[in-house]
Write a protein that binds this ligand. Sequence first.
Ligand SMILES: Nc1ncnc2c1ncn2[C@@H]1O[C@H](COP(=O)(O)OP(=O)(O)OP(=O)(O)O)[C@@H](O)[C@H]1O
Length: 410
Amino acid sequence: MYGLLLLDLLEYTMSVEEIFEQYLGSKIYRDREKLLPDYVPGELPHRDEQIRQLAVTLAPALSGSRPSNVFIYGLTGTGKTAVTKYVLRKLMEKGNGRIEYVYVNCRQNNTSYRVLAELGKFLGIKIPFTGLALGEVMKRIIHGLERKSRILIVVLDEVDNLVKRNGDDVLYFLTRINEQLSNAKVSVIGITNDLKFTEFLDARVKSSLGEEELVFPPYNAVQLEDILRQRAKEAFNEGAISDIVIKKVAAIAARQNGDCRLALDILLKAADIAERERASQVTEAHVEKARNEIEKNLTVDTIKTMPLHVKMVLAAVYLLSRDGSTKTITTGLVYDKYKELAAKIGIEPVTSRRITDILNELDMSGIINARVISLGRYGRTKVIEIGVPLKNVEEGLSSDILLKAAIEEA
Ligand SMILES: Nc1ncnc2c1ncn2[C@@H]1O[C@H](COP(=O)(O)OP(=O)(O)OP(=O)(O)O)[C@@H](O)[C@H]1O
């Protein structure tokens, strides 16, 4: 705590020049970019099998034949995007300009129109921001593809976002498009970390998208260590990072579903903190600070995106915890507090049954911990505690103007 305060004070008194100077003569970094999520390294340890399978699937493009569509599934941070970009890059090198690929992130472009507009942009077709009928955009894309006369591989990353929001029109169009093309060929690579979205797909789309399927398993701690060591070699100055630090970061991420994105995120943040402190080594203490910061951001972001009534239930638990006079927070107390809040804000409360469901959801997310206790002949009840630092909950809830006022007044 004291360290952080000192650090803040230090930065507060630094001039802009001094802040910039720090990064010029970095003690820690040789090349910070090598830790950023978009960087695709020259080697991807522990993904040989997936790289090989994807290469085998896409290789027919080199002899002019349309590769099968591929559906890639795996939890967050399992290397799906990195492997796809890695293999495509190698394919482009061999393809002599006859093969092209376009990468569309469907979280950033989460409507059918936007995804098609991205394709249009890639093909050099003018598509206004809005206004055209989808059918017209599709017609223009077909025309643009025919003109180019190439094999085009369309990568739809985080494709579940598109399907959940706008259905499977675009997937249907792209998986059928070859029937309307004579000079060009199109293959689709769909990537997702949410298998449930396939329930929203038309059976035909599902089977054409899944001509080939690739599953990315989570990394274990030892695998994450190897990956981090290799990235660290590229990113850090010699001696700036020790194996103990790598092991600690890998162990944290391994417990979070083997998420390599998280591992790199913690490493980057820890190194940034070390840099700001003008240390010459990243230590375990820096990792701890980085982890707390990331966890805080995660909690705050999760709370911010919760539906209003979920936030209100959490606010009720928060107020009861903050108050401190209530030793045991039970479902009944939460419901009373929630109703009080609803009246204050002027919102119709939901039923107590729904409150029980919401408390279960919050328990699953780890923001609260709920356990059932027996009240002897009075039955059983749930005892609830906040599972994360109170100030993080307050920060998340305060992003809602209505709740902020209600919390301040309470
Ligand atoms: N085997 C690996 N070697 C080196 N870096 C890796 C490896 N696997 C993943 N990474 C890195 O981890 C980060 C996350 O990987 P990537 O974006 O490919 O995950 P993803 O499975 O697509 O996750 P999401 O579902 O969140 O998009 C990236 O910075 C990537 O370079």
